[in-house]
Structures are given as C-alpha cells and as structure tokens.
Design a protein around this ligand. Structure first.
Ligand code: CAA
Length: 261
C-alpha cells in the first residue's frame, strides 16, 4: 500500500483496511497534510472492491488531540474564510463503506469530532473525550456542536462544550456516544474493531452500504420522509443477487455466499 507521512495503512484482514494516525510526537494533532492523506486513504479504500469496512485508529495514548493548534494559531480570518479552512474534513462523510473508530487515549477537539464522523465508535477504557476549544478562545469547528449534540443530547453537549471538560469512556458509553467499551490492554480496541469490521465485510456489500445510507438519513430527514426513503431502498434490495442468495440460503439452511452484486 501507499506510503504516507502522517498515517499508516494496512490490511489486518483481507477485506479490512486499517488506517492508523501516526504523528506520535504531536499526539496525532490533525494538521492539514495529515487530513489530505487521511482523505486519500479513505477514498482508496472506498474504491477498492476487495475492502468491506474500514477501521480508523490512533495510538494507545491518543486517538487525536485535536486540530493542530500550532498550525492554526497565527491564521487570520481572511485566510480561514477564503480557503474555507477545515472544509476538507467533510470528505470523510462522503465515504460509503462503514468506518469504525477505535479510540484509545485522548480524543479531544477535532479528535472527538473525527470519531463522531465515523459510523461506530469503540472505546478503550482509557479513552478521554472532550471539546476543549472553549479554552482556546474558539468553538468546535469540525462538527462537534452538531454531532456531539445529536449523540449525547443538548444539556450534556452544552456542559461539555461550555466547560471544555474531558469526559470518560464510561460517560461516553452511558450517554450512547460509543457503542461499547472494550477490555483493558494495549491494542485491544483495534483488535476488536478489526474483528467487527471483518464481520461487517462478510455481509453483502450492497446491503451494508445501503444500511449506512439509510441510518445516516435519520439525521437529515423527517420521520415520514426517512421511513419512505428506507422503504424505497429496501425495495431496491430485491434487484440484487445478494437478496436472492441470502434468502435462498436461509430457506436451504446453509450459509449465504454473497457476491456483492
Ligand atoms: N495541536 C498541536 N500540538 C499538539 C496538540 C494539538 N492539538 N496536542 C498536543 N500537541 C503536542 C504538544 O504541543 C506537545 O508537543 P511538544 O512536545 O513539541 O511540546 C506534544 O503534542 C505532547 O503534548 P503534551 O506535552 O501537552 O502532552 P500531555 O500528556 O502533557 O497532555 C493533552 C496531553 C492534555 C492532550 C494536551 O496535549 C492538550 O491539551 N492538547 C490540546 C488539546 C486541545 O485543545 N484540542 C483541541 C484543539 S482545537 C480543535 O480541535 C479545533 C476544532 O474543532 C477543529
């Protein structure tokens, strides 16, 4: 696979791409060149038909400690406005395959927002989340005010964003922001995320992508429009070979052999 400067990519399973943020000296602060590489790796995985799911992780100490403060500190309004600073963070939300965030250590500011842009978050017991932008005289800029509020509710999001305090893996789990906390130990969260990605990748990829599309629609559409959208996409599944195979396999009491077609 491609050589990058700030990230590592690998295939821990034939159908799983693992992307590891790799700026250990800066606790994986999300500088612009890192984000360009991340977008490139995500797009490559999305386009590779042998990949069924993606895992995004950092190090044991830090998933990511936020946008790069040293890169940002001298920027002027005219720069950030003209260049639409952080716009390229949205590329991630155009990826159609599932992305699982495996979070260990600090996920602060843009790091927390990056995890929230993923489809599933698994947390190590050491995970520490937060939106400390208020302490820097700014506000969340990578979607935190919107996605965190959707994920944990208004009162908690207000508290977290207005005080800048760190919240724990237990809180994140109790509040429904992470799907679960994995067992203790270095690398456990990545191992579990890769196992989950492997399982997802064993399903029919058309149905997997459609599931992601319809769940995400729940954040955009009214209930009735969302239900109508789901029903139409469900109907569309009957045009796939995977639907025929999945249902035939059930009736014949055997495992399905999905061909992603
Ligand atoms: N940007 C740039 N560099 C960062 C960084 C960041 N967000 N976070 C950590 N680093 C650097 C530190 O400057 C330090 O570098 P040097 O060794 O060159 O001094 C190195 O990483 C190690 O960090 P610390 O020495 O601070 O490590 P620590 O264990 O004492 O503390 C920490 C860890 C509590 C996470 C602390 O580093 C910290 O508070 N980081 C900043 C967190 C933050 O404010 N994030 C929000 C950024 S703004 C944002 O993300 C905007 C947005 O919405 C998009």
């Amino acid at each position: 696979s491609k050589q990058y400067e700030h990230i590592l990519t690998s295939r821990p399973e034939p159908a799983v791409t693992l992307i590891t943020l790799n700026r250990p000296k800066a606790l994986n602060a999300l500088c612009s060149p890192l984000f360009l590489e991340l977008n490139d790796a995500l797009k490559q995985a999305d386009e590779d038909s042998s990949v069924g799911a993606i895992v995004l992780t950092g190090s044991d100490k830090a998933f990511a400690a936020g946008a790069d403060i040293k890169e940002m500190k001298d920027k002027e309004f005219s720069d950030v406005y003209k260049n639409n600073f952080l716009e390229n963070w949205a590329t991630m939300t155009t990826i159609r395959k599932p992305i699982i965030a495996a979070v260990s250590g600090y996920a602060l500011g843009g790091g927390c927002e990056l995890a929230l842009m993923c489809d599933i978050i698994l947390a190590s017991p050491t995970a520490k989340f937060g939106q400390p932008e208020i302490n820097l005289g700014v506000i969340p800029g990578g979607g935190g005010s919107q996605r965190l509020t959707h994920a944990i509710g208004k009162s908690r999001a207000m508290e977290i964003i207005l005080t800048g305090r760190i919240f724990t893996a237990e809180e994140a789990e109790k509040w429904g922001m992470v799907s679960r906390i994995v067992g203790e130990g270095e690398g456990v969260v990545v191992k579990d995320a890769v196992a989950m990605a492997k399982e997802i990748a064993s399903k029919g990829q058309i149905a997997v992508q459609a599931c992601k599309e319809v769940v995400n629609a729940a954040y955009e559409l009214s209930l009735n429009e969302g239900l109508r959208f789901e029903r139409r996409i469900f109907h569309g599944m009957f045009a796939t070979k995977d639907q025929k195979e999945g249902m035939a396999a059930f009736a014949e009491k055997r495992k399905p052999n999905f061909t992603h077609s």
